[in-house]
Design a protein around this ligand. Structure first.
Ligand SMILES: C[S@@+](CC[C@H](N)C(=O)[O-])C[C@H]1O[C@@H](n2cnc3c(N)ncnc32)[C@H](O)[C@@H]1O
Length: 213
């Protein structure tokens, strides 16, 4: 980018990833009245598109690189919610849609576990969590470190990690979540994670329509 900011991936993909990620969100259930969390929102590559579809006040972004997020938010000029934590703590909101684009491709297994635990606790019953991943094909590729791998700041070394489908499915099941492959974009597979269906009778009278299971 001209500003010298890390854009979140190759600069030539900036618009395409934003545009097509919004499309993937809509195809996977995003509605205009949803409350959305964008984990590792970076320079709002996707956030810019999201807030042209949802209410800006329903958009929440976590990004530890404060300057990057603040600069993008200033350009956007909309009333969005910004958080700068590094431990994947979700704000205390019942989210309808959570997005992690190009995040599990850098995050460790304990970090992914934390995101799943937070999603399980802080989301509506019919919420969706759309995340992108590159699968490990061999056991050697399956990342077992604890650190983030890849750029945080512009000049950090590049790099990425892979996780096996078996581990992801088992980890989702631990949190009573289901997971389904729903497409791909620029070499990363989209996964849609949801609360696993409960065996239950009819919904109790007066239960919330938006987001109720
Ligand atoms: C590859 S970029 C993707 C950015 C954005 N999701 C997108 O698709 O444009 C990864 C982002 O995750 C951020 N990040 C790094 N550690 C994080 C953490 N602990 N919690 C949340 N985001 C983090 C980085 O600063 C960076 O902005």
């Amino acid at each position: 980018m001209e500003s010298g900011m890390f854009s979140g991936g190759p600069d030539e993909w900036f618009e395409d990833v934003g545009r097509r990620t919004l499309a993937a969100c809509i195809e996977n259930g995003l509605m205009p009245d949803h409350r959305v969390l964008d984990i590792g929102a970076g320079s709002l590559r996707v956030g810019w598109w999201l807030v042209h579809y949802i209410e800006p006040t329903n958009y929440h972004a976590i990004e530890p690189v404060r300057d990057r997020l603040d600069a993008a938010a200033e350009i956007l000029g909309a009333p969005i919610h910004l958080y700068y934590n590094t431990n994947f703590d979700f704000p205390d909101v019942e989210f309808d849609f959570v997005l992690a684009r190009s995040i599990w491709t850098h995050a460790s297994k304990p970090m992914i576990s934390k995101m799943l635990a937070e999603f399980a606790r802080k989301s509506a019953p019919r919420a969706k969590f759309l995340t992108s991943v590159i699968y490990a094909v061999t056991p050697d590729e399956d990342y077992d470190g604890v650190d983030w791998v890849g750029k945080v700041l512009k000049n950090d070394p590049s790099g990425g990690v892979k996780h096996s489908g078996d581990w992801i499915r088992a980890e989702c099941a631990k949190h009573d979540l289901s997971v389904e492959e729903v497409g791909d974009l620029h070499g990363q597979t989209w996964l849609r994670i949801e609360h696993a269906p409960r065996e239950s009778g009819p919904a109790p009278a007066g239960s919330r329509e938006r987001g109720s299971r």
